[in-house]
Write a protein that binds this ligand. Structure first.
Ligand code: G6P
Length: 624
């Protein structure tokens, strides 16, 4: 999500840091900043909202000297994207500056404690708590900065990759990680035992480093590294026990690095899903008390308690997640939910009143039709709730409340991790509302929470099971049409699978509720028609879908199925079959969609399509 760059050595740090920030811009950005210890010994921080070029313009008249520095591109998680919330952050005395990737889950508690002790905060971020905490530890324990970093990190819950500058020690750069990657680049001069040429580079990935060195150390979780200007480095764990790092030689070029070694952003984003949804859930599930913490609902309880219905407006993939959200919210919270295409809703005269809650779902937060739907809902006095990915985008700014899905920048035009992030968020929403309304019995509620926490691991297992798809996908490049079928929670998954295929392979595909086959599409079935069936095994709909498959088989259609591990009935009728781990019906879409994403990807690749930028499509549709 955010990007970190650092440098200590003999060269001017600023040009290296800025170049590194440009390299990291592909990860998304809304603001950027740099901190240097300049030649005069001052610790300076410069920050700007917007692109890295805005930061460059803003420092044109500033002192950017110095051979040690840290820099950051931010993709906001806590606090609005603006210059104040941009990193680096100063400590209260301005003796320390810090950049951070990740989320400090207990930042509110820490902030309250620090404020009680007289610490004043400049912004709203979780990151500022870290730098203030380090300084607080330094003062209260009368210790050096490295020890203070150890003490502070022991009090932190969450994920972090950090880099810290200390004005009083311009010869050392301190960094640490847990849950967020951080890579140390070893300068080419370091092993020549010529201190005059020693240098270290730091990056949240290797893209800002590769130009200068291919020798790197991947910092491990709960490790703290001190990089010295003389070319020496020391790595310890949180208990100050010395660690022996492994040196790696980077084998990739820059383009490969930006895509994390994957050939396309889409594939990278498909594979990122287990971690992306972990981030989405982080801090929102209390595993001890089996509770859901969604401030968007908690702080606006009165609107949700008096709501007679919920209307969800969205477009494209977000509309598909809305359909699944409808099923879950109705089941869990016993409230009617309607799903609308934002583009239709905005031009109808919908019957709305002030007791309606309208949810707008949008990855980009900028879709013109969804924004217009929000305006209409507001004119009718509805309470509007946003479910978006891009922090500070137009939809979150125009809604009364909401929840970010926090899956990181999605670059491939075909939406993948945003879809599963939206599903998780809607499930959390349904559970939080159910809790407020007391519509689920406690045992079931706890089971739902427990099962949800297992999903990231099951997604990982699902990805393992998609390995064979690349091979069989080639058999379908000749096809002109595809049908996708599902029932219940898996019906919108069929729609989403068909959309993925259309978007990136340009093959015509239709998604249907399986029982609707008989009312028309069955006429299309012949030996050339591939039918993708999502037939996960739980509940009463399984037997019915088995009958639907028989109907296709008897007309010689080709069956590609997504089934639950251990299935025999559907598997035996399928030409190709992908197994996914067992989970409850309502969570099956989170797993079942993954093989469909992978299938469309490999069919498109086999057809030589530009999967990341398919023709005629845009990532964010800001016009009607
Ligand atoms: C475009 C994108 C789709 C996306 C849709 C809605 O069509 O190509 O991937 O689902 O817009 O975008 P939103 O940002 O509102 O979710």
């Amino acid at each position: 999500m955010c990007g970190i760059v650092g440098y200590i050595g003999t060269k001017d740090a600023y040009p290296i840091l800025i170049k590194g920030l440009h390299r990291l811009e592909y990860r998304g950005y809304d603001s950027a900043g740099v901190s240097l210890i300049n030649q005069g010994g001052d610790l300076v921080v410069y920050k700007a909202k917007g692109k890295v070029s805005a930061l460059e313009q803003s420092v044109s008249d500033k002192d950017i000297s110095g051979t040690i520095g840290i820099a950051h591109t931010r993709w906001a998680t806590h606090g609005e994207p603006n210059a104040t919330n941009a990193h680096p952050h100063y400590s209260q005395s301005h003796a320390l500056s810090l950049v951070h990737n990740g989320i400090i889950e207990n930042y509110k508690t820490l902030r309250v404690e620090l404020e009680k002790n007289g610490i004043q905060f400049a912004g709203e971020t979780d990151t500022e708590v870290l730098v203030q905490l380090i300084e607080y530890m330094q003062v209260t324990h009368q210790c050096d900065t490295v020890t203070a970093v150890h003490l502070a990190l022991k009090n932190v819950v969450g994920a972090y990759a950090i880099a810290v500058l200390d004005k009083r020690n311009p010869n050392q750069l301190i960094c640490a990680r847990k849950g967020s990657p951080l890579i140390i680049g070893i300068g080419k001069g370091n092993d020549k035992a010529k201190p005059g040429e020693s240098e270290f580079f730091l990056g949240s990935d290797a893209t800002p480093i590769i130009e200068f060195t291919d020798k790197v150390i991947y910092l491990q979780d709960e490790e703290i590294a001190v990089l010295n200007r003389n070319g020496k480095h020391a790595i310890t764990n949180l208990d100050s026990i010395k660690q022996t790092p492994q040196m790696h030689v980077l084998q990739m070029n820059l383009d490969e690095l930006e895509k994390g070694g994957y050939p396309h952003f889409m594939l990278k984003e498909i594979y990122e899903q287990p971690n992306a949804i972990r981030t989405c859930m982080r801090g929102r599930i209390d595993p001890t008390n089996k509770d859901i913490i969604l401030s968007g609902i908690r702080d606006n309880k009165e609107h949700f308690m008096r709501a007679r219905r919920i209307i969800i407006c969205a477009c494209g993939t977000s509309w598909h997640s809305a359909l699944i959200g409808k099923y879950f919210i109705e089941e869990a919270a016993h409230i009617p939910v309607e799903v609308e295409y934002a583009s239709e809703f905005r031009y109808r005269n919908p019957v709305l009143d002030t007791s309606d809650v309208v949810i707008a779902i949008s990855q980009s937060g900028e879709t013109a039709d969804t924004l217009a739907a929000i305006q209409l809902a507001k004119q009718h006095g509805c309470f509007v709730y946003g479910v978006c990915n891009v922090i500070g985008s137009s939809i979150p700014r125009n809604t009364d409340s909401g929840t970010y899905i926090h899956v990181g920048p999605e670059i491939g035009v075909a939406s993948t991790k945003a879809f599963t992030g939206q599903l998780i968020t809607l499930i959390l929403f349904g559970l939080a509302l159910a809790k407020e309304k007391n519509t689920l019995d406690e045992v079931l509620f706890h089971q739902l929470v427990d099962d949800l926490m297992l999903i990231p691991e099951k997604m990982q297992q699902t990805l393992e099971k998609t390995k064979g798809i690349e091979q069989f996908a080639k058999a379908f490049t000749y096809c002109k049409n595809f049908i996708y079928l599902g029932r219940g929670y898996n019906y919108p998954v069929a729609l989403e699978g068909a959309l993925k295929l259309k978007e990136i392979s340009y093959i015509h595909a239709e998604g249907y509720p399986a029982a609707e086959m008989k009312h028309g599409p069955i006429a299309l079935i012949d030996e050339e028609m591939p039918v993708v069936v999502i037939a996960t095994k739980r509940g009463m709909l399984y037997d019915k879908i088995v009958s639907n498959i028989q109907e296709i088989k008897s007309r010689r259609g080709k069956i590609i199925s997504v089934v639950t591990e251990g299935d025999t009935a559907v598997k035996s009728m399928s030409d190709y079959c992908i197994e996914i781990p067992d989970t409850r019906d309502s969570y099956a879409p989170l797993l079942a969609v993954i093989p469909l994403q992978v299938l469309s990807y490999y069919i498109a690749i086999a057809k030589g399509r530009n999967v990341d930028q398919p023709r005629n499509l845009a990532k964010s549709v800001t016009v009607e």
